[in-house]
Write a protein that binds this ligand. Sequence first.
Ligand SMILES: Cc1cc2nc3c(=O)[nH]c(=O)nc-3n(C[C@H](O)[C@H](O)[C@H](O)COP(=O)(O)OP(=O)(O)OC[C@H]3O[C@@H](n4cnc5c(N)ncnc54)[C@H](O)[C@@H]3O)c2cc1C
Length: 438
Amino acid sequence: MALDAHPTRFRVAICGGGISGLCLAVALSKFADIDVQVYEAAQRFKEIGAGVMIWSRTWRILELMGLADDFSKIAHAPPDGSPGVGFDYRKSDQPEEGYRFHLVEFPYGCIRFHRAQFLDAFVNHLPEGIAHFGRRLLSYTSHEDGQSIEMTFADGSLEYCDVLIGCDGIKSMVRKQMLERKDADGLPGLRRFVEPVWSGITAYRGLISSSAFSKDSNGHLHSATQRPMMYCGHSKHVVAYSIAQGDLVNVITFHTELEKERSPFKGEWVTQCSCKELLDCYDKWEPEVVDLLQNIENPTKWALHYIDPLPFYVDGCVALVGDAAHGMLPHQGAGAGQAIEDAFLLAQVLGYEGVTKESLPEALRAYESVRLPIANEVLRGSRDSGMMYEFNSEFGQDFEQLGPAIQKQWDWIWESSPEEDVQKAIDRLADGARSPLL
Ligand SMILES: Cc1cc2nc3c(=O)[nH]c(=O)nc-3n(C[C@H](O)[C@H](O)[C@H](O)COP(=O)(O)OP(=O)(O)OC[C@H]3O[C@@H](n4cnc5c(N)ncnc54)[C@H](O)[C@@H]3O)c2cc1C
């Protein structure tokens, strides 16, 4: 070790280099005395060609991480805090022109990105030499002395760390092992949380070049090029919004078969499908929707899964973050945002000066105590929102009640700030300690 180098407080291994793993690695890299390594199963960091939206609290975190300028450049428009449309909700499942039944607006509105650009913005801030590709974690063993964790990879290699963070997505290997161990240790019933639940929802996704839309006879461009649209109908809905500085329109359509929820799903979760299959699904919807869907050239078809809310995210020196902890339905555009909230808060807690190798379990529990109730609530709320958009909630098509109920689903955005959440976690660690963020 060079004389001026910081002694290492502890070693963090991050399993998975998606949005949660990369955000955590970038946030932790601010602490010079924490060793961080990222182990990614794939040969490179990659995201699918589609959109991702975030809300004001996630934007606040990007500001706190010093990343706002970079993300501003790739947002649909630079976020400035002025009121913006969250979603424009329309009744659309009839051949005649539909109508707006609710408009959600709040500061920043919905901030939209191309996923590949979003991931790259984190990759660009990753310190050199900490990412390891082609390293699929198979298992981990916590050593009896509690001093280190041994990780075994599919290529036969072994690595060691003091704290292991599972950022390995909805099919998480880390979650599987954590739950199986706890179950074997006398907490029965946990194995039911291992496998993701099939939601009964088929989603179709595609991108459209904005130039594909021409103005209508009134001189208006397609609504989806102007603001985030939510076209609603019975057991189906369609989401469309512009990304990539307005060059592209991202479309996701949903078809829910509630009777299939929790039944076994066989086959690949993501497949190619024909344009006809997609169009047939929304046959007899309003012209604005049909016009949108006709422009999708290569749709993909997704079987959407979620995990049941976990009773814990942490075991000893191992923790779950992002979809590994709370893989959710996308009806609040919140999975990536919740992953970033986990990653940011966990990094502040681990980086807190009082945390040592010995107090790592306590630090992880402080993370869990703040993040688990919030993220699990968003997970539950995401499913409920989908029921509302598809007229399957208690409000049916009573739009006077449905509109405000949908609006209320977004309350979690304002219930606390990311800084306050970090402070709560730090409070748990040390009475009266101030978070460096406040
Ligand atoms: C249709 C749809 C639309 C969505 N839209 C939005 C949206 O608009 N806004 C939003 O906030 N969220 C949205 N989400 C959710 C969001 O995409 C996810 O919550 C987010 O990508 C999760 O990131 P993650 O890093 O936790 O997991 P992942 O992105 O799944 O990353 C996991 C990584 O771990 C790696 N890995 C897996 N297993 C191993 C292993 N054993 N060893 C090593 N590496 C491993 C994988 O290769 C991958 O790189 C949407 C989801 C869907 C399905």
